[in-house]
Design a protein around this ligand. Structure first.
Ligand SMILES: Nc1ncnc2c1ncn2[C@@H]1O[C@H](COP(=O)(O)OP(=O)(O)O)[C@@H](O)[C@H]1O
Ligand SMILES: [Mg+2]
Length: 317
């Protein structure tokens, strides 16, 4: 498939898209996942088969989009050289509405049942714990790299929904030999000689204007720093079990994590740490999503303007 053809389909799609009514699009689309700033979609189009696209409507020029794409590819390469496996990816710059530019990051599309958070509900506990141990082992590779290369630090968001089982077959058990994809590389976190390569202000575009200042002053650096800290990334991974409705697994998961990662943890992670982290995190993201909905309401219903982001419906946490 020719990149130019893909680009032109994406361009047509973006032109007709109403983000508040994505189901009314001229090409049928399926939303595969929602993130804080992006939406992952699959098109029912013969030329876009087997591809998943992450839509990021946050750029002000194609130059800026391409600079971002360069970092994205660099991050993919870096993680690959560290020993993670990323699905084949590409990036497209599409012109949006009102002078904005939209990055569409493509990836080979994976079976939705192969994604980590689905596995939590389809597989036996024993297999889920093997999956968690595998994730921790990938994390160890990243932090081993960081220990060896203090001038080139790599951050990682290791939450369960960012991993998928390779060569997935629902009938097959997860074993020591199972291999994983790491799929969430759209926040290219790399600190070279102490300098963050991505401009984090870019991500603030997804926030309601009234919140941007406060987020920038009090949260942005903190959120980014988290992903460079092994302990916090591991806590986040375990805390996902609350969000994904498997709190019953937390205590066993912690045993595995503390054992597998003992060289990377000064002291074992406690259940208390996980639950208080989760409560805070849940509050922050629920608040953030409400603020975005409110922003959307004012923009679209009161001022009759366009709202660029595709927001999720109610999320069970
Ligand atoms: N290549 C893919 N194939 C199938 N589903 C995907 C793919 N990439 C992402 N998804 C789905 O979308 C969700 C969000 O994607 P992710 O890359 O983690 O972005 P975010 O930054 O929004 O967390 C994933 O958890 C997964 O369910
Ligand atoms: Mg993710």
């Amino acid at each position: 498939m020719d990149n130019q053809q893909i680009l032109s389909i994406l361009q047509d799609f973006e032109k007709q898209l109403n983000p508040t009514k994505i189901n009314k699009s001229h090409i049928p689309v399926q939303v595969l996942g929602y993130g804080e700033i992006s939406t992952v979609i699959a098109f029912d189009h013969p030329m876009l088969k087997n591809m998943a696209f992450k839509r990021m409507p946050i750029f002000s020029s194609c130059q800026q989009t391409n600079d971002y794409a360069k970092l994205y590819f660099y991050y993919n390469e870096k993680l690959t050289s560290i020993g993670l496996t990323i699905p084949p990816s590409d990036a497209y710059c599409v012109e949006g509405h009102n002078g904005i530019y939209v990055a569409y990051l493509s990836q080979q599309s994976l079976n939705p049942l192969s994604i980590g958070n689905k596995i939590l509900h389809t597989h036996e506990d024993k297999q889920i714990l093997i999956l968690l141990a595998k994730i921790i082992n990938h994390m160890k590779k990243v932090w081993h790299h960081n220990d060896q290369n203090p001038d080139f630090l790599v951050g990682l968001d290791a939450q369960i929904s960012n991993w998928a089982i390779k060569n997935f077959d629902l009938e097959q058990k997860i074993t020591e030999n199972t291999e994983l994809w790491f799929i969430d590389t759209s926040t290219p976190m790399m600190r070279i000689s102490g300098k963050e390569q991505i401009n984090p202000l870019l991500f603030l575009k997804s926030a309601p204007p009234g919140l941007r200042w406060i987020l920038k002053q009090f949260f942005l650096q903190d959120v980014l720093d988290r992903y460079y800290d092994f302990r916090q990334v591991a806590i986040d991974l375990v805390a996902n079990l609350y969000k994904e409705q498997r709190p019953d697994l937390i205590s066993k998961a912690l045993q595995i994590v503390n054992q597998e990662a003992k060289d990377y943890l000064d002291t074992p992670i406690t259940e208390k740490e996980v639950s208080s982290y989760y409560n805070e995190d849940k509050f922050i993201w629920a608040f953030y999503l409400s603020a975005r909905r409110l922003d959307r309401f004012f923009k679209t219903k009161i001022f009759g303007k366009r709202y660029e982001f595709i927001l999720p419906g109610k999320i069970k946490r």
